[in-house]
Write a protein that binds this ligand. Structure first.
Ligand code: KG4
Ligand code: ZN
Length: 321
């Protein structure tokens, strides 16, 4: 029985997962509403909210799984990358729980955690595969040859794809976080109404900042009234450009590595156009695409845990090591 805790950004999450990958509970308390009026996550506000929520969320995860703390054999926690203040709240809670019970503690990388969302029941995926990792903070291509071990093939040179969705949503007045809102609106729009350029960078890297600027100029040229009238077309065309870039690169990566099986994880993996554009790929289950603690507990199965009490000075890391 593994208790996972995740607090890297604006979701306070806890989950109970078994060693063989069954999710007994997965509780996610989103702070999105709290940050919406600022148009993005305010780090200090996030830390304070995690502090209020972490204990009740852990309690709820245990109670939903019908498990007592006595039944937990390992604690897993996100160590980074993420907002340092936010991470430290989860790490402190995890240390306290593990310390109090003399349990081992497994520090988990958030990005490896997203990959491990594929390893849960009822349909766990087995490596090797080429993985497209698309979140609000990162956009990467990975060669995954074994569970818990991935080689980075490419990354974004500027914005992450989720960030491109969020910034686009903001320009279209759709609020924060905007990926899901663009996804919904795009269904009513025409994907070829506007032509947005997809930057071609060398190798297997990505670039999305030019796309966001193109949308900014289009919105400026249209003016507020016309922008409002054509919001669905703008959303559909903008989303289409992001999806095209992702699909093109992951196919190139699969060819380059010879790992033909493609898997997609992270918040943007919830996007309906992306899921339809890669019909042969494995996608993380919808509820495990955006941040959650089940994926962190899952990943801890492939990490060397720190035995009690060696984790006393475990620290967070803010960016990709
Ligand atoms: O993985 P995640 O929850 O957090 C990070 O680790 O960053 O990803 C959040 C990102 C946000 O940028 C959000 O707009 C995006 O995932 N997202 C979507 C959709 N649902 C969430 N993007 C496109 N389409 C969606 N349906
Ligand atoms: Zn994430």
């Amino acid at each position: 029985m593994i208790l996972g805790i995740e607090t890297s950004c604006d979701e306070t999450a806890a989950a109970v997962v078994t060693e063989d990958g069954r999710v007994l509970s997965s509780i996610v308390s989103s702070q999105a509403d709290l940050h919406a009026r600022f148009g993005g996550v305010v780090p200090e506000v996030a830390s304070r909210r995690h502090l209020e929520l972490v204990t009740p969320v852990v309690r709820e995860a245990l109670s939903a799984a019908h498990v007592q703390l006595d039944g937990v054999e390992r604690i897993a926690v996100t160590q980074g990358p993420g907002l340092v203040g936010a991470l430290l709240v989860g790490i402190s809670a995890a240390k306290a729980l593990a310390w109090g019970r003399g349990l081992p503690l497994a520090p988990v990388d958030h990005l490896e955690g997203h990959v491990a969302s594929l390893y849960l029941a009822p349909e766990p995926l087995d490596p090797p595969f080429t993985c497209l990792l698309v979140t609000g903070g990162h956009t990467m291509l990975l060669a995954v040859r074994e569970r818990g071990d991935s080689e980075r093939l490419g990354t974004t040179l500027d914005d992450a794809s989720g960030e491109a969705f969020d910034k686009g949503a903001r320009l279209l007045g759709l609020g924060y976080p905007g990926g899901a809102a663009i996804d919904r609106l795009a269904h009513e729009g025409d994907q070829v109404a506007f032509e947005f350029p997809v930057a071609r960078v060398p190798g297997l890297d990505f670039s999305f900042s030019g796309l966001k600027t193109a949308l900014l100029y289009t919105v400026r040229d249209l003016g507020p009234e016309e922008t409002n009238a054509r919001r669905a077309d703008l959303a559909a065309s903008y989303q289409h450009a992001i999806v095209r870039a992702l699909v093109q690169r992951v196919r190139e990566a699969a060819e380059a590595t010879g790992l033909e099986r493609i898997a997609v994880v992270g918040g943007v993996a919830a996007n309906s156009e992306l899921r339809a554009a890669l019909p042969d790929a494995a996608f993380a289950p919808l509820e495990l695409c955006t941040d959650n603690a089940a994926m962190i507990a899952s990943c801890s199965r492939y990490v060397e845990p720190l035995p009690y009490p060696r984790y006393r000075d475990l620290d967070a890391y803010p960016s990709v090591p």
